[in-house]
Design a protein around this ligand. Structure first.
Ligand code: NDP
Length: 300
């Protein structure tokens, strides 16, 4: 028996547009194609669409034509300047579409894009950030924080989940960018400390790779510590985590002199020691490491 028009619509593959076919946009478009989505693509340099056309994508002649082709429009460009240029070329094409912007940018830029989408009749704006590299797109090993219109996010969650592990951070379009900036900052602060420490390890003749393996194993202790520190900061109740500051400050002195004896940078250790000494001088030597938060700017 022939399918009715309604049944055919129910089983038709969902249509998705991807605007921007750099390394990341191409990986996103390819994932949608491979998962059976009817995928339309556009890129400023047209040649980059050819491999995707070969894989089954429709190639639009303009960004506006691409946006008009699907209810879900994913934008992944170099930066906010590129996003603004492309959005300006869309005209009314975004009307009734859900716009998902995966381009890196600040929380304020995300909120500006959300305002722009609202003013141009979009059905919703979702800002997303990408925590991982193109080869991981389509696997659980890449994280996509999203924020913005919850209704739009829930409606398109199955498609967005094709790309990786997703998390929704709320109606504020800037929230995904806040999450991205904060998570990336933790990574960089940790890793620059690790690189300086590899200098120390090498200066002492220890094998860097073997040391890295031991550090990786000891990382298992950090998740509960992060949670208890965040709770202490939230409640302003500072127990002696990592020991009391009185004891830790003495250790810091030894760590700094060891580093300096090897010519290894000790700037962060000196910062920690300075904060500990101030906290002890203020009468809080019985508290722990998390209490240093009280001295960090901006202070409420
Ligand atoms: P690429 O440099 O590979 O691609 C950039 C894309 O932006 C190209 O499609 C390029 O078009 C387009 N573009 C640049 N300027 C303009 C413009 N003025 N008008 C129209 N199109 C423009 O970057 P990626 O694909 O790697 O990155 C895309 C986004 O993903 C970035 O915001 C990046 O920070 C983010 N990201 C990337 C990761 C990665 O590992 N690659 C990891 C996490 C996030 P054209 O081909 O014509 O030059």
């Amino acid at each position: 028996m022939a399918a009715t028009a309604t049944e055919a619509a129910d089983t038709a593959p969902e249509a998705v547009t991807v605007i921007g076919l750099g390394d990341m946009g191409s990986a996103i478009a390819r994932t949608f194609i491979e998962r059976g989505y009817r995928t339309t693509v556009w890129n400023r340099t047209a040649g980059k669409a050819a491999p995707l056309a070969g894989a089954g994508a429709s190639v639009a002649a303009t960004a506006a034509e691409a946006a008009a082709a699907s209810p879900l429009v994913v934008v992944c460009l170099l930066d906010t300047a590129a996003v603004e240029q492309v959005l300006a070329s869309l005209g009314d094409a975004v009307q009734g579409r859900v716009l998902v912007n995966l381009t890196s940018g600040s929380p304020a830029q995300a909120r500006d894009h959300a305002r722009w989408a609202g003013e141009h009749g979009a059905a919703g704006y979702i800002d997303g950030k990408i925590m991982g590299d193109p080869p991981y797109v389509g696997t659980p090993n890449i994280m996509f924080p999203f924020s913005g219109s919850e209704q739009a996010f829930r409606a398109h969650e199955p498609a967005l989940k094709e790309l990786g592990t997703v998390a929704y951070h709320g109606e504020d379009a800037g929230a995904a960018a806040v999450e991205f900036m904060a998570q990336v900052a933790v990574g960089y602060e940790l890793l620059i400390g690790f690189l300086h420490t590899l200098r120390l390890v090498r200066a002492e003749g220890v094998d860097a790779e073997e040391f890295a393996g031991r550090v990786a194993a000891s990382m298992a202790g950090y998740p509960p510590l992060l949670e208890s520190m965040a709770k202490a900061v939230k409640t302003s109740e500072y127990g002696p985590d990592l020991g009391s500051l009185n004891v830790q400050a003495a250790l810091m002195g030894d760590m700094i002199s060891h580093r300096e004896s090897l010519g290894v940078e000790a700037v962060r250790m000196r910062e920690v020691k300075r904060l500990m000494d101030r906290r002890i001088a203020d009468g809080h030597g019985d508290q722990g490491f998390s209490s240093l938060f009280e001295l960090l700017p901006p202070r409420a």
